[in-house]
Design a protein around this ligand. Structure first.
Ligand code: NAP
Length: 309
């Protein structure tokens, strides 16, 4: 269950921070949650804006979810939700934003009095770095590698951008219900869609305007798949944009391969920052300082990278 010892990313006196603001907190709940960068990112904002809030991470096991939600109703101003609670929590909330109903996952909850409203900020988080670069996706061909929760948020963002075609490259095509659900969602929104085996991604990559990695391949700590990439440099056209959702390390093997191919790259930490900024807007109505958030995340990633050699 929750005890202050399980809170990370807070000051060493996390029990004191729980007592500030009449005991009201911000937090992320999940299991595992130890590697979440949200405390680093949000606490950097609170301290730079002189807000007296604290953001902590709480490890919450599946059987603890209901009691945790009951406690957070009383004691939180807002919280993030990560694996494995993103879907199950939907039944425990009073209200759901339209977007999180479409994604079928909640990653942000606002506490309003004692009412809880669920949101999904990954859709906004994904699209914002593309918009900031002025990238027009209408009618374009996009390949998404992976068919999990993040891929679903990506697809919804792409539907709203009116892309022309989506290739979903997934490791288990024949009986992958998740890939089929994505296919149905795309075609029912008038987008041409094709599901292909992940190993055939390289046959479609050069014709894709945007390539998104929504698998954990290349992620530090994903044993057997660290420093790997689904696509080699020779599979990437210099006119393509390569967007890796993996943010640890900042420069994944896929990103390095894309840079070698002279393609434009978008880093996973950019999505992380934008989804966090959207959560701060929902909770506090503030336009969060992205530079403060990015600097905090990158400083942390570089330090961890240094420690891991
Ligand atoms: P998820 O729901 O578990 O989905 C992962 C997807 O990757 C599934 O389609 C899975 O295939 C596939 N996959 C996993 N391991 C694979 C392997 N070894 N080979 C081939 N395919 C593999 O996870 P998620 O929430 O979508 O997250 C995916 C990645 O995006 C993670 O690295 C996560 O950290 C990152 N992410 C980043 C942000 C950000 O803000 N930058 C936000 C969300 C997620 P099966 O369906 O066959 O298992």
């Amino acid at each position: 269950m929750i005890d202050n010892k399980s809170c990370i990313g807070s000051s060493s006196n996390s029990s004191n921070s729980l007592c500030k603001n009449n005991g009201k907190i911000f937090c992320v709940i999940g299991d595992p949650v130890e590697h979440s960068l949200s405390p680093v990112m949000h606490n950097a904002v609170f301290s730079s804006l002189g807000l007296g809030y604290r953001y902590i991470a709480m490890r919450v096991k599946e059987h603890e979810l209901a009691t945790t939600i009951k406690m957070l109703r009383e004691r939180a101003l807002g919280f993030n939700v990560t694996i494995p609670h993103k879907i199950r929590i939907m039944d425990m909330l009073d209200d759901l934003d339209t977007l999180c109903k479409r994604v079928n996952a909640v990653n942000t909850v606002k506490v309003d009095g004692t009412r809880l409203k669920g949101y999904n900020t990954d859709v906004y988080g994904f699209i914002q770095p593309l918009r900031r670069r002025g990238i027009e996706l209408r009618g374009k061909s996009v390949m998404i590698m992976g068919a999990g929760g993040a891929a679903r948020a990506v697809l919804i963002a792409l539907i709203d951008e009116h892309v022309g075609e989506v290739i979903i490259a997934s490791r288990s095509v024949d009986d992958n219900a998740k890939a089929k659900a994505l296919y149905e969602m795309a075609v029912s929104n008038g987008i041409e869609c094709r599901i292909v085996q992940l190993e055939y991604a390289k046959m479609y990559s050069k014709q894709s305007h945007l390539i998104v990695n929504a698998t954990p391949i290349g992620m530090q700590g994903y044993h057997g798949y660290e420093d790997l990439s689904i696509l080699a440099s020779s599979d990437i056209d210099s006119k393509s944009i390569v967007y890796d959702l993996v943010y640890r390390p900042m420069e994944t093997r896929l990103i390095r391969n894309a840079l070698n191919a002279n393609a434009m790259v978008i880093y996973g930490y950019e999505m992380l920052v934008e989804q966090g900024a959207k959560a701060l807007d929902i909770w506090l109505g503030i336009d969060a300082p992205r530079d403060v958030m990015s600097n905090a995340v990158l400083r942390y990633l570089h330090n961890v990278g240094d420690r891991h050699g």
